[in-house]
Design a protein around this ligand. Structure first.
Ligand code: Z5A
Length: 228
């Protein structure tokens, strides 16, 4: 994880978090890749071993961040430009880190998070055209640059993902999920490019298979982090 300047407002300094037994795992990928399903399966497996797990999601996870989620995803109105969107996601994340994620890590719990910073880099960056440097700068301000120990990137052809989403949601779409195919293709390419820049943090898993096979691969990829 990245270094944190002494005296930052995040509840516990990053080096303190590194020392503790808790682990911060994020799930990333396009809509319908199976993130929520796999986050739940991982949390269940960890709890079965007696580990304290906080399962959470972005945007959201705290009352304030859930309120921002409604602003971001409801389909009324004209919508946000990419910069406004990035600021709102960063604000939601800041509250989420300060009030939920950092305290959980500080007491040694595992945090399993359905989407985190890399979604901003892929959607507002790859999809919306903001620079990665600007998004990382916002993250440094909002959340002292806190990064997960491991990020599981579920890779799935956006066309297959769209079929899964249509089966689940019918015609209902949110403001971001409803963007065109070219936008989602840029997001998909951005996730894969971001993962290549941090091979120690990212695990890429082929999400086109059945949920149990994917879960087994995720557990194997996290073997070094799992409690003994
Ligand atoms: N966003 C952003 O732009 N910037 C940011 O910084 C952040 C987010 C944090 C949040 O949407 C939106 O915010 C998202 C990105 C943007 N918009 N888009 N696109 P959300 O939270 O409402 O939804 P989501 O994150 O996109 O996830 P999702 O649609 O719920 O999909 P999922 O969690 O990856 O998949 P799932 O719910 O586990 O599974 C989807 C369906 O497929 C479901 O019916 C499952 O039963 C089924 N499924 C799951 N696994 C399988 C397998 N292996 N085979 C077959 N079927 C499966």
């Amino acid at each position: 994880m990245t270094a944190v300047e002494p005296g930052t407002t995040v509840v516990t300094a990053q080096r303190e978090i590194d020392r503790l037994s808790g682990r911060f795992i994020s799930f990333e990928g396009g809509e319908g890749a199976g993130k929520s399903t796999q986050a739940r399966m991982l949390a269940d497996a960890l709890r079965a071993q007696g580990t304290e797990v906080v399962i959470t999601r972005e945007p959201g996870g705290t009352p304030g961040a859930e309120a921002i989620r409604t602003l971001l995803l409801t389909t009324e109105g004209t919508g946000w430009n990419a910069r406004a969107e990035a600021l709102l996601f960063a604000a939601a994340r800041s509250d989420h880190v300060e009030r939920l994620i950092a305290p959980a890590l500080a007491r040694g719990a595992w945090v399993v998070c359905d989407r985190y910073l890399d979604s901003s880099r892929a959607y507002q960056g790859g999809g919306g055209g903001l620079t990665d440097a600007d998004l990382l700068a916002l993250h440094a301000i909002g959340s002292s640059g806190l990064l997960p120990h491991r990020t599981v990137l579920l890779t799935l052809d956006p066309a297959i993902a769209a079929t899964r989403i249509a089966l689940r949601d019918g015609d209902a779409v949110d403001r971001i999920g409803g963007r065109d195919r070219a936008y989602h293709d840029r997001v998909d390419a951005a996730f894969r490019a971001i993962a290549r820049t941090a091979p120690d943090r990212f695990v890429q898993i082929d999400a086109s298979r059945n949920a149990q096979a994917i879960h087994r691969d995720i557990l194997a990829s996290l073997a070094a982090d799992l409690p003994a």
